[in-house]
Write a protein that binds this ligand. Structure first.
Ligand SMILES: Nc1ncnc2c1ncn2[C@@H]1O[C@H](COP(=O)(O)OP(=O)(O)O)[C@@H](O)[C@H]1O
Ligand SMILES: [Mg+2]
Length: 271
């Protein structure tokens, strides 16, 4: 799926002011790539990802998903709900706080829950659960384990596998590696790579600089504004430019502008 964002803005009105949470966002993400949305806390990452996923609407601007077009023109004050429904159907999200997303007492039932919801029954349901479970590559006895007793990384993998096997084209992962230790972070990133071969577009929200190497494209936000949208391989080759972008996004301090961020990130591998 190709995602084209045109002049997307989100304004929140309070009693006293209008605040731009997103201002003039524009980019074109080619088919089935991994995009990392990067920026400090409060820069608008979650808001943008939720809008792209159809979970929230822009104040103005448009998003073209290749075959479904979704816009909100304030002038007409008309939202194309039909298309919004389509977008919600093909986009799936995992939240930063995984355990809020578990409903059941064991992993097997947790997987079953989502597929029952979309009408899977009997043998079809069992087959689907087996398929998801084997993709996860968990030990057999995990079927009976409470999802809340899995490690942080395993919890993320479970949630990501479920949404990847549901009818989905766009997976939005909000900080999937936050608060994970090194081993779990690498496990989850490798798992996301494995998922990305299944014809999915993946949007990963992150403020972990080590994850930059992992994504195909990078979007940097600062206070709702787009600092840059670029192919990772291009930006990561150009140390001065990378430092400048990280500085403008408030992800490094001024004193680090001349330092070898590049080597620093390289020393924190995901591979
Ligand atoms: N519904 C809302 N009402 C008012 N302010 C909001 C709302 N949603 C987000 N914000 C504000 O918008 C900014 C961006 O939020 P968010 O998208 O969650 O940032 P990030 O995910 O990068 O941390 C923050 O300043 C936040 O307080
Ligand atoms: Mg957020």
């Amino acid at each position: 799926m190709i995602i084209k964002i045109n002049n997307l803005n989100k304004i929140i009105k309070t009693k006293t002011e209008q605040k731009y949470i997103l201002k003039d966002i524009n980019f074109l993400l080619p088919k089935n790539k991994i995009l990392a949305i990067c920026g400090e806390t409060g820069s608008g990452k979650t808001t943008l990802a939720r809008i792209i996923g159809g979970f929230s609407i822009p104040t103005f601007g448009s998003i073209n998903y290749n075959y479904a077009f979704f816009t909100n023109k304030t002038a007409q004050n008309k939202i194309k709900y039909k298309n919004l429904k389509a977008v919600r159907f093909f986009s799936k999200i995992t939240f930063q706080d995984s355990n809020l997303q578990f409903f059941k007492q064991n992993v097997w039932d947790e997987i079953a829950f989502s597929f029952k919801n979309i009408g899977y029954k009997n043998d079809f349901l069992t087959k689907k659960i087996e398929e998801v479970f084997s993709f996860l590559d968990f030990p057999k006895n995990y079927k009976n384990l409470n999802p809340n007793n899995l490690s942080g990384g395993e919890q993320k993998k479970l949630l990501i596998a479920i949404i990847a096997f549901l009818p989905s084209k766009l997976l939005i992962l909000d900080e999937p590696t936050a608060s994970l230790d090194h081993h779990n972070r690498i496990e989850v990133l490798n798992f996301i790579k494995k998922i990305s071969t299944k014809n999915k577009t993946i949007i990963m929200i992150t403020h972990d600089l080590r994850n930059l190497y992992f994504s195909d494209y990078l979007l940097f936000l600062k206070e709702g504004k787009q600092i840059t949208f670029t192919k990772s391989s291009i930006l990561l080759k150009d140390q001065n430019n990378l430092n400048q972008v990280l500085f403008e996004s408030s992800l490094i301090a001024k004193k680090d502008l001349k330092s070898d961020i590049f080597a620093k990130i390289n020393k924190l591998p995901w591979k």
